[in-house]
Design a protein around this ligand. Structure first.
Ligand code: GAR
Length: 204
């Protein structure tokens, strides 16, 4: 692998986490290359970010009436054509089935804006903030985990970090804190994976 992990990043929207990965690759913080960005949606900012970085950007949009299995089979052929070492879900908002996951055992990593086992699914930041407003929460957090199966935002945790909600935080301020923490944690986890990968590469 020459010390460089090949990453395919799956996205659905803004792509600020994709940008953090691209920046870390560019600056040399991360000994990795984003070999493709795949989105299930057209016209999202993440695709522009990929294009600006000179990274192939592919859209695999769902066809009306298509089963999840059929979509994931199409997604598998696109992603596998880029021969990734890891597939990073950075704001990818579809649940992956085994039709996809069984092709990438131990290679799929998801970022989620909640501490492990706390809030799953879409809108985790908004849900945490609503609970803060109700007086039932004073923190949330972010995590990066492996995706071994169809469990939503669940799987062996690679790293997590707590994010406090300060009494004067607005949703915007809290969101900003969560995203800043995500960018840091995701790059750090990928850096650790790349170090392990380099060592494996050296010993074989
Ligand atoms: C991030 O907050 C990420 O953790 C979340 O989507 C956002 C994408 O932001 N993912 C999930 O909620 C997965 N369940 P980005 O497009 O700016 O990177």
């Amino acid at each position: 692998m020459n010390g460089h992990m090949r990453l395919v990043v799956l996205v659905s929207g803004n792509g600020s986490n994709l940008q953090a990965i691209l920046d870390a690759c560019e600056s040399g913080v991360l000994a990795s290359e984003v070999v493709a960005v795949v989105s299930n949606k057209h016209d999202v900012k993440a695709l522009e970010r990929a294009e600006s970085a000179g990274v192939p950007a592919v859209v695999v949009s769902a066809v009306t009436g298509e089963s999840r299995a059929d979509y994931d089979t199409r997604l598998t052929s696109v992603v596998s054509s880029f021969m990734p070492d890891f597939v990073v879900l950075a704001g990818y908002m579809r649940i992956l089935s085994m039709e996809f996951l069984s092709w990438f055992p131990g290679q799929v990593v998801n970022l989620h804006p909640s501490l492990p086992g706390d809030i799953v699914g879409v809108g985790a930041i908004e849900k945490a903030f609503a609970e803060f407003q109700n007086g039932t929460r004073d923190h949330s957090g972010v995590m990066v985990h492996f995706v071994p199966d169809e469990g939503v935002d669940d799987g062996p945790v690679l790293a997590s970090a707590r994010v406090e909600i300060a009494p004067n935080d607005t949703l915007e301020i809290f969101e900003e804190k969560m995203h800043r923490q995500e960018h840091e944690l995701l790059v750090e986890v990928l850096r650790e994976l790349s170090v392990k990968y380099t060592r494996v590469g050296e010993s074989t």
